[in-house]
Design a protein around this ligand. Structure first.
Ligand code: AMP
Ligand code: MG
Length: 340
């Protein structure tokens, strides 16, 4: 028995040694592609980096074909048409995750917002301002609490539609990082349309330097230095339209009112090891506004996530962990640190 255990331990040791051993043949691979309605890029350094990056692009394309809300062949499209059905474990898991964050954010995140989003024309490309009556009618089918799940089977209420747009890219970035790590990549930068995921640091061991966009201009307001962390920003500057009366309407909807978010925030950035958590919370926090977001952050366990909020009054509100990693370069803004 003891002999067998020792033999097994030896096999494990050899596997561990060969699994990710330092290699002389270090490749640098970079690829950009279009998926999930945005430009994505993956840059990786390590043995077999080319092959690993190829696997990442194929996996993201596969996830897109499951989660797209507009692709007639996707699982989400089919579910939205039929109202119920069994989905893949990838989809079931992401739906449960989105519902959990919806709950924990008091409904600020709501993956059933799609009919309202469509009324504003954000899915069709022809934007319009719906009437208050139209919105209150549509809001009757917006309620994450009415989505039922039983294993991999999902049930929607009549007229209800799911949209994973607020979490899909973050979840895809987790998959990208998992695949790269499995392929022994120790240094990679994944940028899925602004959803950033880092694997290790740069080749020289320093952290990846990620610009935080100025929501009102072209440049950056500062730089985040990240290692093995994701950072995701939500803001209405990404997709919006200007109505005839000059009002600007953004693509993130407050599920409470059915109107695009209009609070004191210009953007919200979440930092954590989990890409999907960053994605879900950046959208939720943008809806919640600074005060509710601060309460949410305090109520979560330490180190679950950090945040950086840019306000219309020129403040950058950062949690302790975000401050450690952030350098403010726009001196017209003031930094305010919040502590647990
Ligand atoms: P993000 O860019 O991750 O902040 O997600 C924004 C996208 O999520 C939008 O383009 C919509 O597809 C969708 N969305 C908008 N508002 C919400 C909301 N309150 N909850 C969930 N998804 C939303
Ligand atoms: Mg999001």
């Amino acid at each position: 028995m003891k002999k067998r255990f020792l033999a097994l331990a030896a096999v494990c040791m050899i596997t561990m040694m060969t699994a990710c051993s330092p290699s002389a043949r270090v490749e640098q691979a970079e690829r950009s592609f279009y998926a999930m309605d945005t430009i994505m890029s993956v840059s990786a350094c390590g043995e077999n980096a080319e092959q690993a990056v190829g696997q990442v692009t194929r996996r993201i394309t596969e996830l897109e074909s499951l989660w797209s809300v507009t692709d007639e062949k996707s699982e989400i499209y089919a579910l939205n048409r039929s109202g119920s059905g069994e989905v893949s474990s990838d989809t079931a898991e992401l739906v449960s995750f989105a519902l959990d964050i919806s709950d924990r954010s008091g409904g600020a995140l709501d993956p059933t917002i799609y009919p309202v989003l469509t009324a504003w024309g954000f899915t069709t490309g022809t934007n319009r301002v719906p009437s208050a009556d139209e919105l209150s009618e549509l809001l009757k089918v917006v309620d994450y609490r009415a989505v039922e799940t039983d294993g991999r089977t999902i049930y929607l209420k009549e007229g209800m539609m799911l949209d994973l747009g607020a979490v899909a890219k973050g979840a895809a970035s987790d998959e990208a990082a998992r695949i790269l790590r499995k392929n022994c990549i120790g240094s990679a930068l994944i940028n899925l349309g602004g959803n950033i995921m880092t694997v290790g640091g740069k080749e020289d061991g320093s952290g990846w330097r990620i610009g935080v966009k100025d929501p009102l201009g072209e440049g950056n307001v500062g730089v985040l230095t990240l290692k093995d962390l994701a950072a995701v920003t939500s803001g209405c500057y990404e997709r919006y339209f200007t109505a005839e009366d000059g009002t600007v309407y953004g693509h993130i909807i407050d599920p409470e009112s059915g109107y695009p978010v209009d609070n004191e925030l210009l953007s919200s950035t979440i930092i954590s090891p989990s890409g999907r958590l960053c994605d879900a919370l950046s959208t939720a926090v943008f809806v919640m506004g600074a005060e509710r977001a601060e309460k949410l952050w305090r109520s979560w366990s330490a180190e679950s996530f950090d945040m950086l909020l840019i306000t219309k009054s020129g403040e950058v509100i950062v949690t302790e962990g975000a401050e450690e990693r952030f350098e403010l370069t726009d001196k017209e803004l003031t930094l305010r640190v919040i502590e647990k």
